[in-house]
Design a protein around this ligand. Structure first.
Ligand code: B12
Ligand code: SF4
Length: 514
């Protein structure tokens, strides 16, 4: 069968700072090809809806599969499914990914029959079974693990047995040069581990994977890396190098193969401090950027976000990263409760440190604990506003003032690293990009004001809403994590970490899940 994989369009963040390859969809497409079907992939972050419909017209796919990791993309995916159904009534249309898994039933209802099913969990685990059913007996679709359809729900989704079996179908992606991450232009993505053993209340990474943590073997990781042509590589793991041994083994294999890349990764401050030697080694291998989830700059804020890492430790982690000569980016979560004074304090603090600071807005997401406890407070059910740039909880300041302060703060922070000043500091890098015809980063330097504008943010709240999110049932006392899991939680045996690391995780997590 002809299988077309589709990634929806960009969100605000992607319009400026980065554009990354749809790695999950590439894995799904790899599984589809392995099952003997023809696969194509289109990424609307780097293409248009017109491109998509042209491809549908020309190629006439039997199956169209949308990826919906981001909640803010739900309306776009539903509308694309409806338009596709209108022009190709017999095409089987389904959706998978992170957010689709948490909102499966409501997505089907919004689509009113235009989406045949949602495939929850890891797509590569049962996509070939699903296609088998579509090809030979459509009535058996609802028996495939992970399927949710209007006719019913199949058995629970399965965890893939080994992350070593498939290599992402990177070759399917046209325009690979459009993917970049700051100065890493062009930039590919790679996965060394999947899942997260922590259980932060605002995050759905652990609930999706049933608090499991699996690793790609060093051999397979390096084989995949060696096939990547881009000089920049984004390591997509939620928390890089949780287990020092794994980080060393991959690093040593890279050194043996003589692979030279520039890397970007995300990790936790306490992991960085615990595994200093791994990060030192990776700096020698080409680690250039690190994203540290600091989230708040005061003890109260950190407690609220349930990062059981003390502020002293957070700053120690920053110091250590600086000592490695790595450019660090940190994320702070702006609470809708912030007033002008709080924004001013944050601006001042951020200007005093050399790091890149990103500010996102506290947003409860389906699949998280905070969604269960805070969803009743939300003042909008418009999916498009759930991009961590909009305020969906009531703000203490009038909304217009909140956005004015937010964007003012974001602009001050962005301008530390953008515009003419950045160009002056990065002349050599930029010239290198231009010589190779890479313009993603250079163009991003002046885009900020066009995308981040308080008036536009406010106006987004007044758009007509075609699809509204469903609220969760009210919680009485504590949220039972088992109700949040997409993939069944395999418990301790599902976490590929040694006992000392398991204890370290236990001491630094706040939840009470097994
Ligand atoms: C890498 C990453 C990013 C990258 C983007 C990568 C990309 N090209 O899309 C960057 C850094 C840009 C990013 C940004 C943001 N992210 Co992000 N991100 C991740 C992260 C850490 C890993 C995703 C990944 O590549 N995983 C590896 C691949 C192999 O897995 P995958 O994509 O999930 O695909 C698998 C399944 O989901 C499924 N699947 C996926 N697509 C499909 C399609 C079909 C048809 C099927 C059957 C299955 C399927 O099968 C795949 C293979 O197993 C996840 C957390 C996580 N652990 O999943 C958060 C996560 C997806 N991000 C999240 C958020 C909120 C954001 C931001 C909005 C936040 C921000 N700070 O601004 C932005 C906005 C993104 C945007 N598009 O503008 C949330 C999503 C919450 C939600 N419900 O919407 C997550 C879950 C993190 C969290 N803490 O909760 N992100
Ligand atoms: S450490 Fe917390 S925030 Fe980070 S991925 Fe794990 S659960 Fe999510």
């Amino acid at each position: 069968m002809r299988f077309l994989a589709v990634h929806p369009g960009p969100l605000m963040y992607t319009k400026i700072f980065l554009r990354l390859e749809p790695l999950g969809l590439e894995l799904v497409a790899a599984a589809v090809r392995r099952a003997g079907h023809e696969a194509r992939l289109i990424d609307l972050q780097a293409g248009t809806h017109k491109d998509y419909f042209r491809l549908v017209d020309d190629w006439q796919p039997d199956v169209v599969a949308f990826s919906c990791n981001y909640l803010a993309n739900v309306p776009e995916v539903v509308d694309l499914a409806k338009l596709t159904r209108a022009c190709r009534p017999d095409t089987f249309i389904f959706v998978g990914g992170h957010s689709a898994s948490f909102t499966a039933q409501e997505l089907l209802e919004h689509a009113g029959g235009a989406i045949d099913c949602i495939l929850k969990g890891e797509g590569e685990a049962s996509v070939s079974e699903l296609l088998e059913a579509v090809e030979h007996d459509r009535r058996s679709v609802a028996q495939v693990p992970g399927v949710v359809s209007l006719d019913g729900e199949g058995p629970p989704p399965r965890l893939v047995e080994s992350l070593d079996v498939l290599v992402p179908a990177r070759d399917l992606l046209r325009h690979r040069r459009r993917y970049f991450l700051g100065t890493l232009d062009p930039c590919a993505s790679i996965e060394f581990a999947r899942g997260c053993p922590w259980d932060c209340s605002f995050c759905s990474a652990w609930t999706f994977y049933g608090r499991s943590y699996r690793v790609v073997s060093p051999e397979r990781a390096v084989e995949d890396l060696a096939s990547i042509r881009e000089p920049g590589v984004f390591i997509v793991d939620d928390v890089a190098f949780v287990q020092a041994k794994h980080g060393f083994e991959i690093g040593e294999a890279i050194a043996r193969r003589g692979i030279r890349k520039q890397y970007y990764l995300e990790t936790r401050g306490d992991v960085l401090l615990r595994n200093k030697d791994v990060f030192r080694m990776w700096t020698r291998l080409g680690l250039q950027y690190m994203f540290l989830g600091l989230e708040a700059i005061d003890e109260e804020g950190l407690r609220k976000y349930r990062k059981r890492i003390s502020l002293g430790h957070a700053f120690e982690a920053l110091e250590f990263a600086r000592s490695l000569g790595i450019q660090v980016a940190i994320n702070l979560i702006a609470d809708p409760d912030w007033d002008r004074e709080r924004f001013a304090v944050v601006r001042q603090w951020c200007m005093e440190i050399p790091e890149i600071v990103n500010i996102s807005v506290n947003t409860p997401y389906p699949g998280t604990e905070t969604w269960r406890t805070e969803a009743r407070r939300i003042h909008t059910r418009d999916y498009r506003l759930y991009d961590i740039q909009h305020a969906v909880l009531p703000t203490r300041l009038p909304l217009a003032d909140f956005y004015e302060e937010l964007v003012r703060t974001q602009r001050v922070l962005a301008m530390k690293h953008m515009g003419w000043a950045a160009l002056r500091d990065l002349t050599t890098i930029v010239l290198g990009h231009l010589v190779h015809g890479q313009t993603n980063f250079v163009r991003s330097l002046w885009k900020f004001d066009r995308v981040f504008d308080p008036k536009l943010l406010l106006a987004d709240h007044h758009r007509p809403v075609a699809y509204e999110m469903k609220l969760p049932p009210p919680v009485q006392t504590k949220v039972d994590p088992r109700l949040l899991y997409v993939l069944h939680a395999p418990g301790r045996k599902g976490r590929a970490i040694d006992d000392a690391t398991e204890q370290f995780v236990d001491a630094t997590r706040m939840g009470t899940s097994e």
